[in-house]
Write a protein that binds this ligand. Structure first.
Ligand SMILES: [Zn+2]
Length: 375
């Protein structure tokens, strides 16, 4: 999640806001200003409804931030570095530099956020019992207490990537002493929960609340997707565990010399090769990028004789060059890359494409299955 606007640092943690948060604020203001507040405190001017709605919506965003800060501060206390907090349309994201080191730390970090939401709800509810203000203010505070209670309870649902899913993960990890097994179960729970929410949202849309129902469908859909990609990330990490870059790479790939014309490259290299992608190298043999058959095909045939490989090559970010002895897990950090090059003494000795990665992960899955005999 890339923030659109940096709000500054809170307790030394960079806090940003994604533009989609404004959608939430607008939606909340509309619901409060046109429905909740006029019903709760009738007979006041429209301007006052909107003013109170704006303050309440802002207070809600601040309570989201408090929830995320709770995660962040506990994480920091448990020795996990916090990169940033970003608020967006479905709440907040606290990015940690690493995963919690122990089940207990993971549970504490995860539960801190929902506890703060529930505490804010409780404080608002107590305030309602103690103070007696104008009905307009009371209905705004009631709404604030209600949404924070919902936020706290919803986030405790036991499926990744919700906080409750992390608590479940911590519990399973502690119970089985097997982080990988806990990863799989928590992700599966998240996918199931996401689909249940989608179904509930559809029912809600049909039965009584089209807008609220669509919102539930959206959240459920997002959750199922996030759980799926987490499951993939974990499976990939498990599959590559213990392997080196050397074990994954295609050794000695055919190369695309940067100085050749595309025409020469096609006739002398591409047509005789079994590769879809080629490392581009300069005179010294050092890698400068990659070029795919698709890219070459995108160039009009009559221009092939005039254009050089260097001009159609895709530039290679420095972190996409690895050495054979590095842990294979490094490949996963370059998720955006179609290709990773492997070099020894500055020369290309291997290449890793998504096909290599898929093969290794499937092999790992096959190996795992034959080892413990479970599907
Ligand atoms: Zn949370």
């Amino acid at each position: 999640m890339r923030p659109s606007l940096r709000l500054g640092n809170v307790a030394g943690i960079p806090v940003g806001i994604h533009w989609s948060t404004l959608l939430v604020v607008a939606l909340i203001m509309a619901v409060l200003g046109t429905a909740v507040l006029p019903v709760g405190g009738p007979g006041v001017s429209r301007g006052l409804y909107w003013a109170v709605a704006a303050i309440t919506a802002t207070a809600f965003v601040a309570s989201l931030l408090a929830h995320e800060l709770a995660h962040a501060l506990v994480a920091r206390r448990r020795g996990v570095r916090v990169r940033s907090i970003t608020l967006w349309v479905l709440g907040g994201v606290t990015e940690l530099d690493d995963e919690a080191g122990t089940p207990r730390a993971e549970a504490e970090i995860s539960v801190a956020g929902p506890l703060v939401s529930l505490a804010l709800a409780a404080v608002a509810y107590l305030a309602l019992l103690v103070f007696h203000g104008p009905p307009l203010i009371l209905s705004a505070v009631t709404w604030f207490a209600f949404v924070n209670a919902v936020l706290g309870v919803f986030n405790l649902l036991p499926g990744a990537p919700l906080d409750g899913g992390r608590v479940l993960h911590a519990f399973l990890w502690w119970r089985y002493h097997d982080r990988f097994r806990a990863d799989r179960t928590a992700a599966r729970a998240g996918q199931t929960l996401g689909m249940v929410l989608v179904a509930a949202g559809i029912l809600q849309t049909v039965m009584w609340s089209p807008v609220g129902g669509l919102w539930t469908v959206l959240i459920g859909w997002f959750m199922a997707g996030a759980a799926r990609s987490e499951a993939f990330g974990h499976a990939a990490r498990d599959g590559l565990a213990g392997l080196r870059v050397r074990d994954v790479m295609t050794p000695d790939p055919d190369l695309a010399p940067a100085w050749l014309t595309v025409e020469d490259f096609v006739s002398s290299v591409a047509l005789g090769s079994r590769q879809l992608v080629f490392p581009v190298v300069d005179f010294s043999g050092a890698p400068t990028g990659s070029v795919s058959l698709e890219t070459v095909l995108g160039l009009p045939p009559e221009r092939r004789a005039a254009v050089h490989v260097a001009e159609v090559a895709r530039r290679l970010p420095p972190d996409h060059v690895l050495t054979p002895e590095e842990p294979a897990e490094r490949i996963l950090r370059q998720s955006a890359a179609p290709v990773v090059l492997v070099t020894e003494n500055g020369r290309v000795t291997g290449m890793i494409t998504s096909a290599d990665l898929t093969r290794v992960l499937l092999q790992a899955a096959l190996r795992g299955r034959s080892r413990d005999g479970t599907p």
